[in-house]
Design a protein around this ligand. Structure first.
Ligand code: NAD
Ligand code: TYD
Length: 368
């Protein structure tokens, strides 16, 4: 089993939780966090583990094929868990080229590097793993066949789910770039036999998420009594999973998943945007000692996102059936923990919203 593992995008939101889990849980592994530190990368996310002897950080662009080959050779890497990506749909609408570069060409660069290095190894692909982390957004959008919702049902807003065999039908430049990267990963298995696994996960929430995404952005705005920009009517449905549960799933799948398989990861936890926003407002108000719901008037309906997918809902029953994974947290508990974390870590938030964290890295790495 792989023990010298590159985790790409480890300074980002989900990546930092995966790095933390692996570094703490597997002291005999060497975890090499390869991250370019774009606007979304923040090493403060990992300050609790940065001094551990089984952890190494390398600032590198995954598109730099020669550098990735050199790193794989230097550290005798036998596993890759690939999370580095441009991840925000709204940015992809403004700047699709950056998404194609990192998400498509960056993934191809990693695949080719893994193939080149492992082809030369005496054991070739034996004991090696290339695990690609993707999103449910590649499947497109589902119908909202039950707009009123049925909180007793597994799919309260419709009977349809994304399953592993659902046809890809991406709509945004972000999801198109992730779909393309997924195809390249599978092609490297089917053509060269590279030992790959792909997982597609629903929307994550939790600590360390960059505050351009719905939940951290809104928590910060409510705290500062700033408007909450709800796209369109707020009727779009997302399926929310606590980020630590995603990291737990990645651990299980990396170790026990079957090569060439795809696993969907989700929490059977669908929410309309407007409803989740109300829960967040009530929770922030309560934890700040304001009357619950006092900040509802911050809700501001704005122009809808172009091509806004109506509903995502993932069927993760294969993962439960085959590998025994289930979410550990109920949503109420997860959202409470999340709001509390952002309110308790105002310095982390202020460091990002002021842009100070980026200046620090530019100085720190300017001579390299
Ligand atoms: P994020 O934007 O918070 O972090 C991305 C990380 O990748 C950052 O640290 C950034 O510096 C790094 N990075 C970007 N371009 C790079 C490059 N060229 N070379 C090296 N590093 C680079 O993203 P996230 O929300 O943590 O998502 C991580 C992965 O999980 C992505 O592949 C995303 O598609 C997938 N995913 C995210 C969600 C979600 O809800 N956030 C859900 C399902 C899947
Ligand atoms: P987001 O967190 O960007 O994740 P994704 O687009 O990957 O699902 O958005 C979650 C939902 O919230 C999505 O339907 C868009 C909506 N949204 C808003 O209404 N306002 C906002 O300011 C943001 C960032 C998102």
């Amino acid at each position: 089993m792989a023990k010298s593992i590159i985790i790409t995008g480890g300074a980002g939101f989900i990546g930092s939780h995966v790095v933390r889990l692996f570094v703490n849980k597997y002291p005999d592994y060497h975890i090499i966090n390869v991250d370019k530190l774009t606007y979304a990368g923040n090493l403060v996310n990992l300050s609790d583990i940065e001094g551990k002897s089984n952890y190494t950080f390398v600032r590198e662009d995954i598109c730099n094929y020669e550098a990735i080959v050199a790193l794989m050779e230097k550290y005798e890497v036998d596993g890759i868990i690939h999370l580095a990506a441009e991840s925000h749909v709204d940015r992809s609408i403004r700047d699709p080229f950056t998404f194609a570069r990192t998400n498509v060409m960056g993934t191809l660069s990693l695949l080719q590097a893994a193939k080149t290095v492992w082809d030369k190894s005496p054991s070739k692909y034996e004991g090696k793993r290339f695990y690609h982390i993707s999103t449910d957004e590649v499947y497109g959008a589902l119908e909202l066949s039950n707009p009123a919702g049925d909180k007793d049902g597994r799919g309260p807003y419709g009977d349809s789910f994304f399953r592993e065999e659902t046809k890809y039908n991406p709509h945004s430049p972000y999801s198109a770039s992730k779909a393309s990267s997924d195809h390249f990963v599978r092609a490297f298995h089917d053509t060269y036999g590279l030992p790959t696994i792909v997982t597609n996960c629903s929307n994550n929430y939790g600590p360390y998420q960059f505050p351009e995404k719905l939940i951290p952005l809104f928590i910060n705005n409510i705290r500062n009594r700033k408007p909450l920009p709800v796209y369109g009517k707020g009727e779009n449905v997302r399926d929310w999973l606590y980020v630590v549960d995603h990291a737990r799933a990645i651990d299980v799948i990396f170790h026990k998943g079957t090569i060439a398989e795809t696993y969907n990861i989700g929490g059977f936890n669908e929410w309309k945007n407007i409803d989740i926003i109300k829960v967040v407002i009530n929770t922030v108000d309560r934890l700040l000692g304001r009357p619950e719901g006092a900040d509802m008037d911050l809700i501001t309906h704005v122009t809808d996102r172009a091509g806004h997918d109506l509903r995502y809902a993932i069927d993760s029953s294969k993962l439960k059936r085959e590998l025994g994974w289930e979410p550990s947290l109920q949503f109420e508990e997860g959202i409470e923990k999340t709001v509390r974390w952002y309110l308790d870590n105002q310095e982390w938030m202020d460091n990002i919203t002021s842009g100070d964290y980026e200046k620090y890295y530019d100085e720190m790495y300017s001579n390299r």
